[in-house]
Design a protein around this ligand. Structure first.
Ligand code: URA
Length: 167
């Protein structure tokens, strides 16, 4: 592990995207979503009329797990103080967890009944946060859409809908 990756973007953003954990490229650069999943995310954002610089992107885990394995629930809990502080600073209108690890944490944190991403993606859940009303809007993880055109189409359509919620 070389760098902690806290996230980056616009602190005034109305949306925070939450991925899983840094991969090798993110670990090396200290920036979230700069590898192949990140390049795809940039394209999907642009197609929906959003720019990477105008949103905020983070992860449930701030450090790359050994061997690039999925983060364990206790590791996500241990890192959650960082994500929680970011959310409290940004006070987003929409929180968009991407993929199952992130959906697990965000749903648990807001007291939403757990669901798998295939069922819950693209459906906004309205919740109360300490800073006001917030919409939880789950998305497929971009890495899952790299080699799966069907998921890519769903992710693109969900992103367009999400962009509509920010207007
Ligand atoms: N995948 C993630 O979940 N997060 C990153 O930052 C990069 C790839």
């Amino acid at each position: 592990m070389k760098n902690r990756v806290l996230g980056e973007g616009d602190l005034d953003s109305r949306v925070v995207f939450v991925g899983e954990a840094p991969g090798r490229r993110e670990d090396e650069s200290g920036r979230p979503f700069v590898g192949s999943a990140g390049k795809l995310l940039d394209k999907i954002l642009a197609k929906a009329g959003l720019s990477r610089g105008g949103v905020f992107i983070s992860n449930v885990m701030m450090c790359r797990p050994p061997g690039n394995r999925r983060p364990r629930r206790e590791e996500v809990e241990a890192c959650s103080v960082h994500l929680e502080r970011l959310l409290a600073i940004i006070e987003p209108r929409v929180v968009a967890p991407m993929g199952n690890s992130s959906v697990d944490y965000v749903f648990g944190r807001f007291g939403i009944e757990r669901g798998v991403i295939g069922d819950v993606h693209g459906k906004a859940v309205s919740m109360k946060a300490p800073w006001g009303d917030v919409l939880i809007f789950p998305l497929y993880h971009p890495a899952a859409a790299i080699y799966n055109r069907e998921l890519l189409g769903e992710l693109e359509a969900d992103m367009v809908e999400l962009a509509g919620l920010l207007r």
